[in-house]
Design a protein around this ligand. Structure first.
Ligand code: SAM
Ligand code: SF4
Length: 337
């Protein structure tokens, strides 16, 4: 039965009765890499005037915190390529321990060596670093021009300043499937967690995602033959389900929207680079918080958030069968992965 959505205590509740405690923010749709599953080589980016200012992002994020959101992830695009991004991290970081339980970041790691210390000083304690391969040739192929040595330097710098690192790896048939077990070995050795992700049909790219789709059910069957994996009820507040790697401190997370739908427990909404609040990664519907803050201020933002909660869909309907169109036209980099 649908519930009355609310902006008041005990916090944000959507039309399906799910508590919304997690906001992901795409601070920029721009990126210094061009991962093949994420965007096309000739990706076009939003014009500057269409993008929320860092001040607007902070003000909107603070409305969410005041309404009960406990976790914020800054992402993109590549969040660390946005100028003055650390100022936003510092401002939101002041809320950690009071309004927020956690402020985190998802990054491709290319600029992490430069920013790791400032992130830690600002109150960030965990970062997700995307690295789909540790082989320099495969990494360069997947990202179209990236240098994995930069990412490995960034990960080492993060570890050195005391940031916990979780590696994100999109499982790609015929590209990195043979590297998944070695990546888990490496994570165990380095003391990192590893999250595997199924490729999702978001935005047009230069290839058919079906050609690279690797079901994590299949990956897990292979990993269980090699590692002592036991289900762990741990949650990081996101969509991953976790397995503990026996005899180690490492957790293996699976984000499997295609083979194991997790929408019933969804606690998230996403603020896109252009100020749209997306209630679901897999649907086009959104409310325009940029227009709200520019025309009616924070009261208007609150009203639009309440409206959005009513409309949050029950679930996505991703399809990566051959020739299937993307579920939505926008790319993950705009919505915030
Ligand atoms: N640039 C940063 C990075 O790569 O970590 C942050 C943004 S990126 C959109 C966030 C995460 O989404 C990354 O782990 C990336 O691999 C993943 N991702 C991007 N497009 C995806 C897609 N179509 N399906 C599944 N995961 C995707
Ligand atoms: Fe950039 Fe991240 Fe997309 Fe790769 S996955 S192109 S690093 S936004």
């Amino acid at each position: 039965m649908a519930c009355e959505p609310s902006l008041k205590a005990p916090g944000l509740v959507d039309g399906q009765g799910r508590a919304i405690r997690y906001l992901r923010i795409s601070v920029t749709d721009r990126c210094d890499l061009r991962c093949r599953y994420c965007m096309s080589e000739a990706m076009t980016f939003l014009p500057r005037e269409a993008v929320l200012s860092l001040e607007e992002i902070a003000l909107i994020a603070e409305r969410f915190i005041a309404s009960g959101v406990r976790k914020i992830r800054l992402t993109g695009g590549e969040p660390l390529v946005r100028r003055d991004m650390i100022d936003l991290v510092r401002r939101l970081g002041r809320q950690v321990g009071t309004g927020l339980d956690e402020l985190t970041l998802t990054t491709n790691g290319t600029q992490l060596a430069k920013h790791a210390e400032a992130l830690h000083d600002a109150g960030v304690r965990r970062v997700n670093v995307s690295m789909d391969s540790r082989d320099s040739g495969t990494f360069r192929y997947i990202t179209r021009h990236g240098d994995v040595a930069q990412v490995l330097d960034g990960i080492a710098a993060a570890k050195a300043v005391g940031l916990a690192v979780k590696i994100n790896m999109v499982a790609l048939k015929g590209l990195n499937e043979d590297e998944i077990a070695p990546m888990l070995d490496w994570c165990v050795d380095q003391g990192h967690d590893l999250t595997l992700i199924e490729t999702m049909p978001l935005g047009l790219i230069d290839e058919d995602r079906a050609d690279r789709f690797l079901p994590l059910t299949q990956v897990m069957s292979a990993l269980k033959g090699r590692f002592d994996l036991s289900f762990d009820s741990h949650t990081s507040g996101g969509p991953a389900r976790y397995w503990r790697v026996g005899g180690t401190g490492t957790r293996l997370g699976l984000i499997s929207p295609l083979t194991n739908n997790f929408c019933a427990t969804c606690n998230r909404v996403r603020l896109s680079t252009d100020g749209k609040l997306h209630m679901c990664l897999g649907h086009e519907d959104s409310v325009d918080l940029k227009a709200a803050i520019r025309s009616g201020g924070l009261a208007e933002v609150d009203a639009r958030i309440a409206e959005a909660l009513v409309r949050k869909p029950a679930r996505h309907d991703f399809d990566v069968s051959p020739g299937a169109a993307p579920a939505v036209a926008r790319h993950m980099s705009v919505t915030g992965g």
